[in-house]
Design a protein around this ligand. Structure first.
Ligand SMILES: [Cu+2]
Length: 135
């Protein structure tokens, strides 16, 4: 009788442990995946409908993100100075054609990417750069 109770208790705790493990592993895989590139930069893959990029110390963080079509990307400026988010490459003919955002301190700028492609962007004031890859 006693042995039977011990076995039941072990089985029960094992079931709880496995349940928690499955639950936590599911949660971590649904939101975002971070992988290091060969060149040492961090690429963040966002699978949801929204992505956030911070502008701090004149740097876009993360600078390279991969999002799915239809994702709204929001840049938040936490610097004491203003920054801009211009689509394209500095000096190119299509610079600032797709989007052109001015972000003051503690303000945000958002753009929803509706087509697949690679979208480089830059700050027209300090020339920091980033890339949004839409898949
Ligand atoms: Cu800037």
């Amino acid at each position: 009788m006693k042995k039977w109770k011990v076995i039941l208790l072990i089985l029960l705790s094992l079931a709880i442990f496995l349940g928690l493990f499955v639950l936590t592993s599911c949660q971590s895989s649904s939101e975002q995946t971070t992988a290091a590139n060969a060149n040492g930069t961090t690429q963040v893959i966002i699978q949801g409908g929204e992505a956030a990029i911070k502008v701090e110390n004149s740097t876009f963080t993360p600078s390279d993100i991969v999002v799915s079509v239809g994702t709204k990307v929001t840049w938040t400026n936490t610097d004491r100075m203003a920054h801009t988010v211009y689509s394209g490459i500095v000096g190119s003919a299509d610079a600032g054609k797709l989007f052109k955002g001015f972000i003051d301190t503690d303000k945000t700028f958002s753009y929803t990417f509706t087509k697949a492609g690679t979208y480089p962007y830059y700050c027209s004031i300090h020339s920091e750069t980033g890339t949004v890859t839409v898949k």
